[in-house]
Design a protein around this ligand. Structure first.
Ligand SMILES: Cc1ncc(COP(=O)(O)O)c(C=O)c1O
Length: 452
């Protein structure tokens, strides 16, 4: 038995894997990784086209981030009430990168905890309890974040906590109304949201919590004016606006944060993943100056043992330095344009329904039939519940050909490390394209002869 076989067997015997039926789960062993690629124990190379779970922004095994690990111990471990150089430096850098109304950072160990704390902060500041969030959102797996979540990963956190209310996300491709323009769609969704605010009692609502661009639910880019309109509704009714930038933050969309593409500022933002490129577990809540002033006079009634952990913030500083020194957000923007061009060429394939992308953050939605938009997998049948398993088949075929990523419903997520080059995008997308041809022939339309 080789070492790696034994790693896999040990894993299968002792490790519980997220969101998976354990008996049939067959983990890959990662033996080596570098830049935008990793290798399994058999020496097969994969383009990491999801950056693991959309976090390895600076690429695998970045030398400067690894060097920061060798320097762990330079600064002492310290509980949350102490000031340390890494925590102070990282906080200043984050505030300088965030929208101009932002003032302070509260640290957590990841995204779900950040969202839980954003909810608590909004309730403390507003004295109200209801939290609006959207269907087709993912905010994390803890009870709080699980209740914010608007898809099937919420159900294990139910019966739900009181005060969590869901509203519809603009998903124009699957909307039953055929709008004449994005502006018309925006007016429709905002009108519905305004009604819902009134129906729920506007003075009971602490916050509206949204992913500016829902990520794992398919990279749903909002129609023109929508986010600005949600901001206006929040202002009208004294509701706080919270943006979950856990997936979109730190350059993923080609700018510091997704909100930077739009003309509004949230009151609270949450982050994780890209703050350390995943090299250390860290997340947090960024609060505006107004909220910061509230806590000058009121106790912040929450805390975590590892809030502002020395090692994690030290890695965060090194990672943010890499972003700056290597112009990584600019690369994401530039390469994002190339990726979009490559993706749009796929629209000639019979199985490609819609392409949605911004920066290095893309969703490729597959359909069984372009005219009817019949999805490959019915809603709610993700996570191994689909008896047909066509999406799993496509993802497995991509992986077998060296293109590693994941899907949600009928959408494949493409979100490579932000250091990817033009040559690498082309190489990876050649694999995607030839696999798609193979999938259409063998999986999707087996009886038909396709000429694409
Ligand atoms: C938008 C968003 N929010 C929150 C989370 C949860 O973060 P974590 O898994 O670090 O708790 C995720 C994870 O994918 C996410 O995409």
């Amino acid at each position: 038995m080789s070492d790696y076989l034994s790693i896999k067997e040990q894993d299968k015997q002792y490790v519980l894997h997220s969101w998976a039926k354990q008996g049939s789960f067959n983990p890959k062993v990662i033996a080596k990784a570098e830049g935008v690629c990793f290798w399994d124990d058999a020496g097969n190379r994969y383009f990491d086209m999801s950056s693991q779970l959309v976090y390895v922004n600076v690429g695998h095994q970045h030398p400067k981030v690894l060097k920061a690990f060798q320097e762990i111990g330079t600064y002492p471990l310290a509980g949350p009430s102490f000031a340390t150089k890494p925590k102070s430096d990282l906080s200043q850098r984050i505030i300088e990168l965030a929208p101009s109304n932002m003032a302070k950072v509260f640290y957590t160990s990841g995204g779900a905890e950040a969202n839980d704390h954003a909810v608590k902060i909004a309730r403390m500041v507003s004295g109200r309890y209801k939290i609006f969030s959207r269907y087709r959102s993912y905010h994390g797996a803890t009870f709080g974040a699980g209740n914010l979540t608007g898809e099937s990963r919420r159900f294990a956190a139910e019966p739900g906590l009181p005060g969590f209310v869901k509203f519809e996300v603009p998903y124009l491709y699957r909307e039953v109304i055929d709008f004449d323009s994005e502006e018309a769609a925006t007016a429709y969704y905002l009108g519905k949201l305004r009604n819902q605010i009134l129906y729920e009692g506007s003075d009971t609502i602490a916050a509206i919590f949204i992913e500016p661009i829902p990520g794992s639910n398919g990279v749903l880019i909002p129609p023109k004016g929508y986010l600005e309109g949600v901001r206006a509704l929040c202002d009208e009714f004294g509701i706080l606006m919270i943006c979950d930038e856990v997936m979109t933050g730190f350059g993923r969309t080609g700018k510091g944060f997704a909100v930077d593409h739009y003309d509004f500022k949230p009151d609270i933002m949450t982050f994780a993943k890209g703050v350390t490129s995943g090299y250390a577990p860290l997340g947090g809540v960024i609060i505006s100056e107004d909220i910061s002033r509230f806590f000058d006079e009121n106790v912040l009634m929450t805390g975590l043992t590892y809030s502002g952990h020395t090692m994690c913030t030290q890695i965060g500083v090194a990672n943010l330095e890499v972003y700056e020194e290597e112009n990584i957000f600019e690369n994401a923007e530039k390469m994002g344009i190339l990726l979009k061009q490559r993706l749009e060429k796929l629209l000639t394939f019979p199985s490609i329904g819609e392409i949605r992308s911004i920066g290095l953050f893309a969703g490729v939605e597959l359909v069984k039939d372009k005219a009817t938009k019949e999805p490959i997998i019915q809603y709610g049948l993700d996570y191994g519940k689909d008896p047909v398993g066509l999406m799993n088949k496509f993802i497995s075929m991509l992986s077998a050909n060296g293109f590693y990523t994941y899907s949600h419903e009928s959408t494949v997520i493409i979100a490579p490390p932000l250091i990817i080059t033009e040559e690498q995008i082309n190489e990876a997308m050649d694999i995607f394209e030839s696999t798609l041809k193979q999938f259409e022939k063998e999986g999707l339309f087996p009886e038909e002869t396709l000429s694409v």
